[in-house]
Design a protein around this ligand. Structure first.
Ligand SMILES: Cc1cc2nc3c(=O)[nH]c(=O)nc-3n(C[C@H](O)[C@H](O)[C@H](O)COP(=O)(O)OP(=O)(O)OC[C@H]3O[C@@H](n4cnc5c(N)ncnc54)[C@H](O)[C@@H]3O)c2cc1C
Length: 246
């Protein structure tokens, strides 16, 4: 089976996410009724207000903007890390309802892909896993165990490298937290690549909400302490910030 490639699509988001957040925040401080507040918010650019909100860390209004992504071409190892983020909704392609007999796709880590000998070993193990899976399904079928009942037991053979597809919905506050952890150089390369793609997409949809978004070290001392990658200047440059924190 061919090696699967990462694909991240921003499927949907709250319409006018920054206006929605501004409305939620203004409601906290305003004596106005909802209709006049809505009219006022829609009549003016909310950029400066939302920026101030993000800067001062008034985070609960930010929860009203949600973003739904479709992700393909990640490993089950990566999706396992993703679903550890609990303040989110997930729908993942099932290895129970979807048979892998036609051949499962898989992800090859770059360190393996770039080494001829290791890649050969890796691909040959994937082929063995495929054969074992197909044999297992056949033997289960022979015993009268078919369809999803066979798939659900044969899938125990499938490796962490097996490709998966997943839909994920997070609100903007959780996304900021997710980027904080997963855009960090200490996060594994695969989930970091995925998080970076997600960040690019939300920055286009809601640039002010996400203007500070990225790894934890961008605006506070590196949360990794002794494990810090020590590349703060490079990281800040990558996210478009000057070399040192103001
Ligand atoms: C570099 C790295 C290495 C890691 N290594 C390991 C590892 O070796 N083993 C391992 O098991 N995990 C590991 N993890 C996963 C990590 O422990 C977290 O499970 C994961 O990053 C999700 O973070 P979270 O709980 O902050 O986020 P979310 O689940 O997204 O929650 C967001 C925030 O909501 C609050 N919250 C959510 N649920 C609760 C709750 N039940 N109670 C109180 N507050 C809550 C917390 O403030 C939390 O930070 C690693 C993560 C990273 C980034």
């Amino acid at each position: 089976m061919p090696e699967a490639k990462l694909k991240v699509i921003l499927l949907r988001h709250t319409p006018n996410p920054e206006e929605t957040v501004a409305m939620a925040a203004k409601l906290c401080y305003s004596p106005s009724d909802i209709t006049s507040l809505k009219d006022k918010i829609e009549a003016r650019d909310q950029k400066a207000f939302v920026e101030k909100l993000v800067k001062m860390g008034h985070m609960s209004p930010i929860e009203h903007a949600t973003f739904t992504f479709a992700v393909e071409g990640i490993s089950r190892a990566c999706s396992h890390q993703l679903v550890r983020h609990r303040l989110a909704s997930y729908s993942q392609q099932s290895q129970r309802y979807v048979s892998e007999e036609a051949g499962f796709d898989y992800i090859i880590p770059p360190s393996v892909r770039d080494d001829k000998e290791m890649k050969k070993l890796f691909v040959s193990f994937m082929d063995e896993a495929q054969n074992a899976y197909n044999n297992m399904v056949k033997k289960l079928n022979d015993k009268g165990i078919k369809g999803e009942s066979a798939n659900q037991d044969a899938r125990f053979i499938l490796p962490n490298a097996a490709e998966t597809k997943i839909m994920v919905t997070m609100n903007a506050r959780e996304l900021l937290h997710f980027f904080h952890q997963r855009c960090c150089n200490r996060a594994q390369w695969e989930i970091r690549q995925m998080a970076e793609e997600m960040l690019k997409l939300v920055k286009k949809a809601a640039p002010t909400l996400f203007y500070k978004a990225g790894p934890g070290c961008l605006h506070t001392p590196c949360p990794e302490g002794d494990y810090s990658c020590g590349k703060i200047k490079e990281v800040r440059a990558k996210y478009g910030f000057p070399p040192s924190r103001a």
